[in-house]
Design a protein around this ligand. Structure first.
Ligand SMILES: [Zn+2]
Length: 204
């Protein structure tokens, strides 16, 4: 594990603390990790419950934009890192899948940011969904259009348990679009995002 923080490039450990050096494998330094507002909560969107970790505020936003839009692939592991073992234990036996990016975003970035960020998690992974087309900014306000913009591209079995992940929960329309494609087709569906919009802090 490199001794520099993947985000700020500062040293990950203060005072050359040997204990941390040996046992702390967080790719972020303590300052960067603490700068993210961790407030785990469960959010209801219609009949879907989404578990989420961070508040989507300025620090989280800068870090994820640095990864997604500035194509800083060194950051791919930092978001799920603190939860990877917990996720493995909690969702053992689940197939992990994700809300896909649009085809134009994928070709712009050259990588699928969510698929890359979950690689460290030791669960079976499949890419089950496909985004039909790019929606213009104006269509983004139309939740129904966003919901219906996904297609199930692989068969799933009745006995499957599936965990859908995404980076940020805003309206929940994209996540719900994927969720409703499979909710009656398999045994269990769970939903999880890294961060959630500040809106949910005030509106439970
Ligand atoms: Zn740092």
């Amino acid at each position: 594990m490199p001794i520099k923080c993947r985000y700020c490039d500062g040293y990950r450990f203060e005072n050359n603390d040997l204990w941390h050096y040996l046992f702390d494998d967080d790719p972020l330094c303590m300052n960067c990790r603490k700068s993210l507002m961790l407030k785990k909560r469960k959010i209801k969107v219609k009949d879907m419950t989404v578990e989420s970790f961070y508040v989507y505020e300025d620090n989280f936003r800068s870090m994820i934009l640095q990864y997604k839009e500035a194509h800083d692939e060194a950051l791919k592991d930092v978001f799920f890192h603190p939860f990877k073992d917990w996720l493995y234990l909690k969702y053992h036996g689940y197939i992990m899948t994700y809300v896909p990016s649009s085809p134009s975003k994928l070709s712009q970035r050259g990588f699928d940011h969510i698929a890359e960020s979950i690689k460290e998690i030791r669960l079976e992974k499949r890419c089950l969904f496909e985004k039909r087309k790019d929606r213009s900014q104006s269509a983004k306000g139309d939740h129904r259009l966003m919901e219906d913009n996904f297609r199930l591209k692989e068969n799933i079995r009745k006995e499957d348990k599936i965990l859908i992940v995404d980076d940020i929960l805003t309206s929940g329309a994209s996540m719900y679009g994927c969720y409703k494609l499979i909710k009656d087709k398999c045994r269990k569906v769970k939903c999880l995002t890294l961060a959630y919009s500040k809106y949910y802090l005030d509106n439970k």
